[in-house]
Design a protein around this ligand. Structure first.
Ligand code: TYD
Length: 339
């Protein structure tokens, strides 16, 4: 495969994928990214100089820009998305545009050119689990948030494109990612950066919601494996089988940083908050031989170290547009902590 179009390639997971493609394969990469609040050209630093990456600024909803970006590409991998559940609760509309209309434009472009389309989806499309059991690829779609509903919609659209138009396409559904360069609205980078500044860590509800954590490098390797060897029309769950409650995450982060537990504030819960996500990734392992490589404690310690060493990166973000969102979401909650 000579050239790959990576949409959302300036974001956290997308930029990691671009870096890995350049470091571990012969492929050239075209990054298509609108550079919304979560996209950051600093995430791609040093890659243009390799001569193997070109950057196109634009929206996945814009068919003309998409046509330009995918020119000569042998595959399209779609990371471009609005991803933050709390933002989807404040304003669902942009989620429908970017996460449903965008994939539709991309799928049409892939179909017209006869190239493979990889849709990076999420475990959140399955909704919430109780204490036991795992989601498999045949679990029903039962999204709880506008974000999850938008991702589920794109997955359904993809399945329709495969059946109706013979699109060569695959879907990946992964759990919660962590690693360097994650936008500090998400649990781990928010808690690490707040703790570094001795600010409160807003833990939703009882803090016992469970997430299935994976290092971004392992996630990206799995997507690469699916891009190369996934069967068309199929969905592949991606998981490192690392389940932890949010409380446990907070404890481990504070431990790494040598900060006290009393920085944690229990605050009012997120509406529609899914209790537990956990995935069965045996289909992916059987098909591709992929296995996760990053030990969680080691990966977390490296991630914490990255935020400690790159204060300017996140301070610039946290003092910009994000500040208003943060104050709106957490201001009242932190004034009336739950315990
Ligand atoms: P998040 O990083 O937003 O990912 P997702 O909602 O997609 O799983 O949240 C991870 C978990 O952490 C989720 O159960 C919500 C919780 N959480 C908090 O307790 N406080 C916070 O400030 C945030 C952002 C998340």
């Amino acid at each position: 495969m000579v050239r790959i179009c990576v949409t959302g390639g300036a974001g956290f997971i997308g930029s990691n994928f671009v870096r890995r493609l350049i470091e571990t394969t012969e492929s050239d990469v075209v990054v298509l990214d609108l550079l919304t609040y979560a996209g950051n050209l600093e995430n791609l630093e040093g890659l243009e100089e390799t001569g193997r990456m070109t950057f196109v600024k634009g929206s996945v909803c814009d068919a003309d820009v998409v046509a330009r970006a995918v020119e000569g590409c042998g595959a399209i991998v779609n990371f471009a998305a609005e991803t933050h559940v709390d933002r989807s609760i404040s304003d669902p509309s942009v989620f429908l545009e970017t996460n449903v209309e965008g994939p539709q434009v991309l799928m049409k472009a892939a179909k017209d050119r006869g190239v493979r389309f990889v849709q990076v989806s999420t475990d959140e499309v399955y909704g919430s689990l109780t204490d036991t059991g795992l989601f498999t690829e045949s679990s029903p779609l039962d999204p709880s948030s506008p974000y999850a509903a938008s991702k589920a919609s794109a997955d359904l659209l993809l399945s329709a494109f495969v059946r109706t138009f013979g699109l060569d396409a695959v879907v990946t559904r992964c759990g919660n990612n962590y690693g360097p360069r994650q936008f500090p609205e998400k649990l781990i980078p928010l808690f690490v950066t707040n703790a570094l500044e001795d600010k409160p860590l807003p833990l939703y509800g009882d803090g016992l919601n469970v997430r299935d954590w994976i290092h971004v490098d392992d996630h990206c390797d799995a997507i690469m494996a699916v891009m190369e060897a996934g069967e068309t029309g199929q969905v592949y769950n991606i998981s490192a089988s690392q389940e932890l409650t949010n409380k446990e995450i907070a404890e481990r982060l504070l431990d790494c940083l040598g900060k006290p537990w009393d920085l944690v504030h229990h605050v009012e819960d997120r509406p529609g908050h899914d209790r537990r996500y956990a995935l069965d990734a045996s289909k992916l392992c059987a098909r591709t031989g992929w296995r996760p490589k990053v030990d969680f404690d080691r990966g977390l310690a490296q991630t914490v170290a990255w935020y400690r060493d790159n204060v300017a990166w996140w301070q610039r973000i946290k003092s910009g547009e994000y500040r208003r969102f943060y104050d709106k979401l957490y201001g009242d909650r932190l004034k009336t902590p739950k315990g």
